[in-house]
Structures are given as C-alpha cells and as structure tokens.
Design a protein around this ligand. Structure first.
Ligand code: GDP
Length: 436
C-alpha cells in the first residue's frame, strides 16, 4: 500500500487531520478495542484506494532531540519513503519560520507534496490563505478544515491522484516474505547476516524483479524465503551500525509487504514501550509474528530464565500473545537457523484454512461448555461459523444479533479455537454477522 505522510510543526492540526482520514476504521485484526496504543498510523481508504497514513508529528522516538530537528528529520524521512507528503500549515496563524524551513526542504524533493492549509473554516479565510501560502513555492494550497471536514474530500482526491498503479505479486506464492523489525541496535542486521551466513542457506538473486536491490531472496532445503528491505541491514560495518535514524515509514512498508514479521528484541533490555509500538504495526496489519530475543549470549543462565523472559513479554505485550518466542544470539549463531523453522510454521498457520464442519464442531462444544451471554432477556445464538479468509484467518459467526457478542465471550471463543487448532504465530479475527 502507498504511504501518505503528514508533516508539519506542532499544533497545526496534524492529528486531527490524521483522525479525519483514518476515521473509525478498524484495522484488519484489531477487533478488540481493549488494546490501547498510540495511534500514529492507520489505514485510509478513498474511492477504493487503500493506503497507510502516518502522522509523523507523534513520532517522538527520539524525544530528546530538539523539536526543530525532529520536525526536519521527520520531513526528510517522509520525503524519502512516503509516496505522497501532506505538508500541513495553520491558516489562522499564517506562515511561521519553521514552516519556511520545512518548505525549503520539501521543495527540493521530487515527491508529490500537497500544501495543506488547515483550520480554514470560512470562505473569506480560504481566499486569503490561498494567496498568502502561495509564496511557500509548493504550488496551489489546498485549504481545509480537518475539524469540520471541509474540503477534506478534495484533499483526498488530490492524494490518490498521485498513486501509481503498478506493483503486484512480486514473489511466488510459496515464498515466505519476512520483515525484520525492532528498535535500532537490537541486532537486526547482525541476525540477518548470521542467518544468511549459514552454510545451509543459499542466497540467490531473484531474476526479473526490480526489488532484488533491497530484498534478499534465499533458500534453505526446499523452502524459499525473502527478507524484505534488507538494504542497510546486510554488510553493515561496525561504524555504520546504530547511527541510522529509526524510520517508522520504512518499517511499516516492509511489514506491509511481508507475511511474517520477525520482531527482534534485545535480551539485555527486555521489552520496552517502543518495542510494543513497533510490534503493534505488525499486529494492526494482521501479519504473522515471531519474536526473537537476541543477545542471549549476554544473559547469565539461571534456572527457568527463558520462561521468566517469555512471561514478561507475554505480560507486557499481551496483544501479541500468539507470537512464538525464541532466544537467540546473532553473535554465536545459537538457534539462529531455528528461527526459519518457526517462521515457516507461523506462515503456515497464517494461511491455514479450517474445514467448516470441524470448525463448527469446536464452536458447538465451546458453546455447550459455556453459555453465551444475554442482554435484556435476549440471549446470543450462534447458528454457524465459517472461515472465508486466510492471511490472517478470519472467522465469521452467524448469529441472531451481533451486538450480543461481548468482548469477553469473543475472547473465550477465540481461546477455544486456538486450543483446538493452535494458529500459533498468527493473529486471528472473529466477527459476528446477522444470519441472512
Ligand atoms: P540493528 O540496528 O538492529 O541492525 O543492530 P546491529 O545488528 O547493528 O547490532 C547492534 C549492536 O549489537 C552491534 O554492536 C552488534 O555487534 C551487537 N550485537 C548484535 N547481536 C548480538 C548478539 O547476539 N550478542 C551480542 N553480544 N551482541 C550483539
């Protein structure tokens, strides 16, 4: 999916615009509203065009950085990696010095930049700002009010007009596409190099793709894998390592193109807030996930140490409780190849389809053990279930009234399904529909 980045100084209304575009759209797997995480990106849709929207303003991944620096750096990353950049300015305050700075940067890029003047809620102001902001040299401004949804449709028309239509089916169905995600310095590059350096791993160029410059295709036995966007990960020198600024957009795009996200954690640091945010991308996009706790060589071995680590991860990030956890060392090569077995397993579960009669037996049994909830004298009735979709598996329950399916009961059914079928490594989505 194309990425649309929203940049601009604080208080111009970036997050209001973000919310306007993303709306209340529930992402692919997030059917549990209990999950609260910062929403910095979401899926937008306009006239059948699907895209990812990133609010760069909220990305204070490097919170010590000076604000000015931060705004500039995020603008730079946005130019590099987004398909379309929405540069948001405030129509009420007029042009501020920081606006000029960002505009200078954006003008030099050859990405489509849409100068978006926000907080314009009257015709007079609209005329005025169009004239005033023209001088930023970014073409005709689009005047909107994100808060009152004025002209936002025109804005989206313009956004999608910049999308190109190519890019489909770049790898063969059987190739497992892996994105490697995690904070800087957790050892992503080291791990990738360690995997690719193993004797059994045959690294090949994929003929006929334009992606081979950034993706790495390889085979192990009969299995084919591709690590998405390894640019900057392979053959990195000690000096280079760790100086690169973490790019959210880049990770998002890699996750979007993958089947399985390999989430790398640093064993010496445990799971951090930022790790959870990053894991959230893959979860929200409905991707399979495997967690590799790296630098395991640095951990003093005590009884049950791995169990305690796993427990902490489960406790801290319960929304990804389906992801298998493995403990590895890129440095010594310990269990590095096993990651691929686990990834393969997760990918299999991700595209697994359960036969309707088998699925219905499991659901029937779960219901007989634990009565469905009722509300105002009406009890939920589940007539039957189907699994119309994979990647990730989606289960639809046909019921008498979908509003009667409460979260807790949904969770119970989900657990029952997992108990019977596993689905390890993949998110699982359940929705209820009225029986037709
Ligand atoms: P990236 O930013 O996530 O790609 O991380 P790098 O692969 O550049 O690694 C960051 C630092 O951690 C480097 O100094 C590596 O040598 C070190 N490192 C990576 N993996 C391991 C490991 O398994 N054990 C130890 N002890 N150090 C590691």
């Amino acid at each position: 999916k194309p990425v649309v980045a929203i940049v601009g100084r604080p208080n111009v209304g970036k997050s209001t615009l973000f919310n306007r575009i993303v709306g209340n759209r529930i992402s692919i797997v997030e059917d549990e509203p209990s999950i609260t995480r910062d929403r910095l990106y979401g899926e937008g849709e306009w006239l059948d065009n699907h895209f990812l929207v990133v609010d760069t303003g909220g990305l204070d991944l490097d919170s010590e950085a000076e604000l000015k620096d931060e705004v500039r750096q995020q603008a730079e990353l946005a130019i590099e990696e987004a398909e379309v950049v929405l540069f948001v300015v405030d129509g009420r305050t007029g042009i501020k010095p920081m606006d000029r700075e960002v505009a200078n940067l954006l003008r030099r890029s050859n990405k489509p930049i849409i100068l978006t003047v926000n907080k314009v809620d009257s015709k007079e102001l609209e005329e005025k700002v169009k004239y005033d902001f023209y001088e930023l040299g970014l073409g005709e401004p689009v005047a909107i009010s994100a808060k009152h949804a004025l002209n936002t449709g025109d804005l989206l028309d313009e956004v999608i007009s910049h999308f190109s239509t190519e890019e489909t089916g770049e790898y063969d169905e059987d190739t497992i596409r892996i994105s490697v995600i995690g904070r800087p310095n957790v050892g992503k590059s080291s791990l990738v190099n360690s995997i690719l350096g193993k004797e059994r791993v045959i690294v090949n160029d994929v003929p006929g793709t334009t992606r081979d410059a950034i993706d790495t295709y390889f085979e192990v036995g009969d299995n084919q894998f591709v690590i998405i966007d390894t640019a900057g990960m392979r053959k990195r020198s000690k000096v280079e390592a760790g100086i690169e600024k973490y790019s959210v957009i880049r990770s998002l795009k890699a996750v979007d193109r993958s089947d399985v996200a390999l989430m790398v954690l640093d064993a010496t640091q445990g799971i951090t807030q930022q790790d959870k945010k990053i894991a959230g991308y893959a979860h929200d996009q409905g991707k399979a996930m495997v967690i590799a706790v790296n630098k395991w060589d640095l951990i003093k071995k005590e009884t049950n140490i791995d169990q305690r680590y796993a427990d902490e991860i489960r406790y801290e990030a319960s929304f990804i409780n389906y992801a298998p956890i493995t403990f590895v060392s890129a440095l010594t090569g310990q269990r590095v190849l096993e990651i691929l077995d686990i990834v393969e397993y997760a990918a299999e579960q991700y595209s697994r389809r359960i036969k309707t009669n088998v699925l219905n037996n499991v659901i029937k049994e779960a219901i007989s053990k634990h009565q469905p909830p009722s509300q105002k004298g009406r009890r939920l009735k589940v007539y039957y279930a189907t699994q119309p979709r994979v990647k990730p598996p989606l289960i639809i329950l046909f019921v008498n009234d979908p509003t009667l399916l409460r979260q807790s009961y949904k969770r119970y059914l989900k657990n029952s399904i997992r108990k019977s079928f596993g689905f390890d490594g993949t998110p699982l989505k359940i929705i209820a529909r009225n029986r037709k």
